[in-house]
Design a protein around this ligand. Structure first.
Ligand SMILES: Nc1ncnc2c1ncn2[C@@H]1O[C@H](COP(=O)(O)OP(=O)(O)OP(=O)(O)O)[C@@H](O)[C@H]1O
Ligand SMILES: [Mg+2]
Length: 225
């Protein structure tokens, strides 16, 4: 029977028993099984619209379901989406912390999901992405990692902009999303090559919008995941 939801909450929240949520949980388990200590993850992809924000949100949610304290950070300073997805204000956020040196805890907001906090992008302008290469950003990431069990960065896509390459220096691991319907193999390889060039640690790949051909127990009918 199709599963419908009128809300834009990620599917791991609305349908924690679905195969989709289970897939996110197994991705997280696989990451945890890696020998390296992964406390910060960046989610990126080759192009816009391939499911980075959805993946970041779902991974963060399944981590909270495993009793972790999780912070989702909107580092897509060109197309910030997290505040809207979680229904929180975006007037203040990461850009204010980096520009004005205010305490991140003053702009980090709780969500309706226990254990999940969001650091929205805050107001963004043309120069905002350059903040990601500042020393202030590096030291902020270190502080956040000491306060949360997991910090998930929702990043822009690799090929149009260099922000994810810059961000990769400050994260323990990169999760790379491929859209099963639109991402061309060569394009994905080109993006991965860019990340490898800057020594990015790719710890996992996610096939978004792939088909669950052998799993007829759950279908997802919403336009949001
Ligand atoms: N597996 C999926 N099934 C249905 N809808 C999906 C799925 N993945 C993503 N979407 C929807 O597609 C749209 C784009 O997804 P999302 O915002 O996660 O992509 P993105 O890579 O973060 O995009 P951008 O590069 O613009 O930030 C959203 O409306 C999202 O709800
Ligand atoms: Mg996005």
């Amino acid at each position: 029977m199709p599963v419908k939801t009128s809300r834009a909450w990620p599917i791991s929240q609305t349908h924690p028993e679905s195969s989709y949520a289970e897939s996110y949980r197994s991705i997280l388990t696989n990451i945890e099984l890696l020998s390296i200590n992964v406390k910060s993850i960046m989610v990126t992809s080759a192009h816009p619209g391939e499911g980075k924000t959805s993946t970041a949100a779902n991974l963060a949610i399944v981590a909270t379901q495993a009793s972790k304290r999780v912070l989702l950070v909107d580092t897509d300073l060109r197309h910030p989406q997290l505040a809207q997805r979680f229904g929180v204000a975006n007037e203040e956020g990461l850009t204010k912390v980096l520009r004005q040196g205010c305490d991140a805890q003053d702009v980090i907001v709780p969500t309706e999901i226990p254990g999940l906090h969001v650091l929205p992008s805050g107001a963004v302008g043309l120069n905002s992405p350059s903040l990601l290469s500042s020393l202030a950003f590096t030291s902020l990431v270190n502080r956040l990692k000491s306060k949360y069990d997991l910090v998930v960065f929702d990043a822009p896509p690799v090929l149009p902009v260099s922000d994810p390459l810059v961000l990769s220096r400050n994260v323990d691991g990169i999760v790379f999303v491929v859209d099963g319907r639109t991402t061309n193999r060569l394009v994905a390889q080109r993006a991965l090559k860019e990340l490898h060039k800057v020594n990015g640690t790719i710890i996992g790949g996610i096939l978004n919008r792939g088909s669950f051909e052998n799993d007829h127990s759950y279908y997802y009918g919403s336009s949001d995941i």
